[in-house]
Write a protein that binds this ligand. Structure first.
Ligand code: NAP
Length: 276
């Protein structure tokens, strides 16, 4: 049975949505203003975590804070550009100052544009993708790890991609950056597993966000040819991230957990149900 978000025969439901318990935890998400990050902010708050929401755009973060607080949760917005270490350090500091600790970091901020073959690429724009996708993740790790080590534990979920291990035309900056993120996950796991930290990646498959709109517009490589119905909703990626933050995620430390496979989706609780 195809696992896809479609109005056709197969409908996927989140099983036991309220069963993930992150109460008492404090989580920081980068790139929380839209897409996977915004859905993850809502899901982790539903599971009981206090949230620190960061991205460059302040207005959507404030709206999310209102939504979470309106539902009885706790959240603060800390506008932040992940390419600036001082910004990321400030966001980690805000978690500690506001909520007393930092248990979860979701290194989610990322971009793919501009999509172009190497000879057509613009050097500054190519480098900017590396700054956000690679250095942004490094900045998160660098700022959060000392806090988590001092606490005796914590979870970091780095948002990876199938592009970490597959070459695609026009995506040299993105594939290179996600390969680097996978290696950051592996190195950080090697260095800090013994200190009680769980460092894990998530490869979500294609997700229906603004990023896929940009990919489709590029017309380059097979991903741009996918029908939008092939993409999973951001809520599924959020469910996987929340699940990886629980003890269920422990066996996947130091790896990219894949949500592209039926097995991965079943583990997370995304269960296919045939509509009547
Ligand atoms: P999206 O909807 O375009 O959201 C990207 C987020 O990153 C936004 O919140 C954006 O916020 C933030 N961001 C961009 N540059 C930033 C910067 N310099 N500093 C701080 N935040 C920044 O994309 P998405 O699909 O949700 O992507 C989220 C993550 O999933 C990315 O790491 C992406 O590579 C990964 N991913 C996506 C897919 C997919 O199919 N969509 C597949 C695999 C992996 P501001 O613009 O407000 O700063």
């Amino acid at each position: 049975m195809p696992l896809r978000q479609s109005a056709g025969a197969a409908i996927l439901e989140l099983e036991e949505l309220t069963m993930l318990d992150l109460s008492g935890k404090v989580a920081l998400i980068t790139g929380a203003s839209r897409g996977i990050g915004a859905s993850t902010a809502i899901r982790l708050a539903q599971a009981g975590a206090a949230m620190v929401l960061s991205a460059r755009s302040a207005d959507p973060l404030r709206s999310l804070v209102s939504r979470i607080e309106g539902a009885g949760g706790r959240a603060v917005a800390v506008p932040c550009d992940v390419t600036a270490y001082a910004d990321v350090e400030r966001a980690v500091g805000a978690a500690v100052k506001t909520f007393g600790r930092l248990d979860i970091l979701v290194n989610n901020a990322g971009l793919i544009e501009p999509i172009a073959r190497l000879a057509d690429s613009e050097p500054a724009a190519w480098s900017h993708v590396i700054d956000v996708n690679v250095k942004g993740v490094y900045h998160g790790l660098r700022a959060a790890i000392p806090v988590m080590v001092a606490q005796g534990g914590g979870v970091v979920v780095n948002i990876s991609s199938g592009a970490a291990t597959s070459a695609l035309e026009g995506w040299s900056q993105y594939c290179s950056s996600k390969a680097a993120v996978l290696m950051l996950t592996r190195c950080a796991d090697k260095e800090y597993r013994g200190a009680g930290l769980r460092l894990v990646g998530l490869s979500p498959g294609t997700v229906a966000t603004d990023m896929q709109v940009a990919i489709k517009a590029s017309g380059l490589n097979p991903v741009s040819q996918l029908d939008p119905s092939a993409h999973i909703p951001a809520e599924w990626a959020a469910e996987a991230i929340a699940w990886l933050c629980t003890e269920a995620g422990a066996p996947y430390a130091g790896t990219d957990f894949s949500l592209k496979t039926e097995e991965g989706r079943r583990l997370v609780g995304l269960v296919p149900t045939v509509a009547a």
